[in-house]
Design a binder for this molecule. Structure first.
Ligand SMILES: Nc1ncnc2c1ncn2[C@@H]1O[C@H](COP(=O)(O)OP(=O)(O)O)[C@@H](O)[C@H]1O
Ligand SMILES: [Mg+2]
Length: 405
């Protein structure tokens, strides 16, 4: 292709995408504020810049002829990508859509205007607003930062006292100092992947996102494809996912709607991101339906055609992803002394991919944040249930020795 793409962010998640871009014959420029960012190893040109400073990014790439700009997995980078694209006259999702798809209050307001089903919600910026918000929303509720991610500052709250107790931490996780209080919706959570192409929304996958009990209630620790909803509820889930993408104004881009199917029959939107998700969702899509989201995103960034064979499912392969987390996940808690090899895990029937980021000396704690997932196992099967059993069994074959921390 002989073109140059700019990656905003060059962390662990970007590294494979950068390698893929190079495989496709692109020249890669990457910016990250961390000089040791893992993605820099693969990039042709590395610029150490804090990407939250858009002017600094533009200055750093001024002399390089950039043909497209993108990010992978980093929600914070989405508005930056949109702004850089606008400044350089490159294809992008637009700063307004980028805002609607990264700021939970703006997103909820737009979804409400467009009649997309969602939990009751209220914005909370100060202690004074808390009581009114709680009256509107009721309990149990979820308190979260308006613009953060990875479960940082997200709490399930049962009372006004709980809100008072957590509000400080939640507001601190928001760069703009805003929080949102939402009705807690019981039910099965699902992740959707939808490709928007010239205003058409193509649903690719819908998978269950299972969560642990307790404080880590928001962490996806298992993904199961296909989702377990069926019949009318499956149709309704796909309809809500597609409606969300249209409502937020995404015309060409990769959307990551997160839904909950409640026991009362309704399907509501948790949030919808405008990027390739982290947490191995791109691997899920590749193994489940044979679509390469990184290639799709690269072509979108460059404004190239997106032929059907690139964006439509090629097959439907049931699979499950088991993240390596502390009990009741497969890992023990404590300080890591030794991590065994993945060989046995990878040799287990049905396992197609596995990795661990565990390091000696680190402390494994009970799951609370996305970052407490310290690796994963992906298994396929004839059914989603068989895939899940295999992923669970294989994950238990990794030997991890710990001492009390
Ligand atoms: N209103 C809600 N009802 C029930 N669970 C919720 C609600 N909002 C969030 N959660 C849980 O918390 C997780 C994180 O919330 P989310 O809005 O996706 O924030 P983040 O940006 O950190 O991913 C969700 O994936 C879901 O499991
Ligand atoms: Mg989320």
């Amino acid at each position: 292709m002989n073109k140059t793409v700019l990656f905003i962010g060059a962390g662990r998640h970007q590294r494979r995408a950068i390698a893929r871009a190079k495989e496709l014959g692109l020249r890669v420029v990457a910016v990250d504020r961390n000089p040791d960012a893992l993605g820099f190893v693969e990039a042709d040109i590395a610029k150490v810049v804090d990407f939250s400073d858009i002017e600094a990014v533009l200055k750093a790439v001024r002399r390089l002829k950039i043909d497209g700009v993108l990010t992978v997995s980093a929600d914070r980078a989405v508005p930056v990508v949109a702004a850089v694209a606008e400044a350089l006259g490159l294809p992008g999702i637009g700063v307004e859509t980028a805002h609607l798809m990264t700021h939970k209050i703006a997103m909820r307001r737009r979804l409400a205007e467009m009649g997309v089903p969602q939990p009751r919600f209220a914005a909370v910026r100060t202690l004074w607003e808390t009581r009114r918000a709680a009256d509107e929303v009721g309990f149990p509720a979820v308190l979260k930062p308006a613009d953060s991610g990875g479960q940082r500052g997200v709490f399930r709250v049962e009372s006004l006292d709980d809100v008072y107790g957590h509000l400080h931490e939640t507001l601190a996780a928001s760069p703009t100092g805003e929080a949102i209080l939402e009705e807690f919706v019981e039910g099965i959570e699902m992740n959707g992947i939808v490709i928007a192409r010239d205003g058409e929304a193509i649903p690719l996958t819908l998978s269950d996102r299972l969560r642990p009990p307790g404080i880590g209630f928001g962490v996806g620790w298992i993904h199961v494809y296909p989702a377990t909803v069926y019949g009318d509820r499956l149709d309704e889930s796909e309809r809500v996912a597609v409606h969300t993408v249209h409502a937020l104004g995404l015309r060409t881009g990769i959307a990551f709607p997160q839904l909950i199917a409640g026991p009362d029959g309704r399907v509501v939107v948790v949030e919808c991101a405008a990027r390739i998700p982290g947490g191995q969702m791109a691997d899920l899509v590749r193994h489940a339906v044979g679509v390469d989201l990184v290639e799709v995103q690269l072509r979108m960034a460059l404004g190239e055609e997106l032929p059907d064979e690139l964006v439509h499912p090629h097959f439907r392969q049931p699979l499950a992803i088991r993240f390596l987390t502390a009990r009741p996940g497969p890992l023990p808690t404590g300080r890591v002394q030794r991590v065994g090899s993945l060989e046995k895990v990878l040799a287990f029937p049905g396992v197609v991919q596995a990795d661990t980021y565990l390091q000696e000396g680190e402390i494994i704690r009970p799951v609370r944040l996305d970052g407490d997932r310290r690796g994963y196992v992906i298994a396929i099967g004839d059914t989603n249930l068989e895939a899940l059993e295999r992923a669970e069994a294989a994950a238990r074959l990794l030997d991890v020795e710990v001492e009390p921390a």
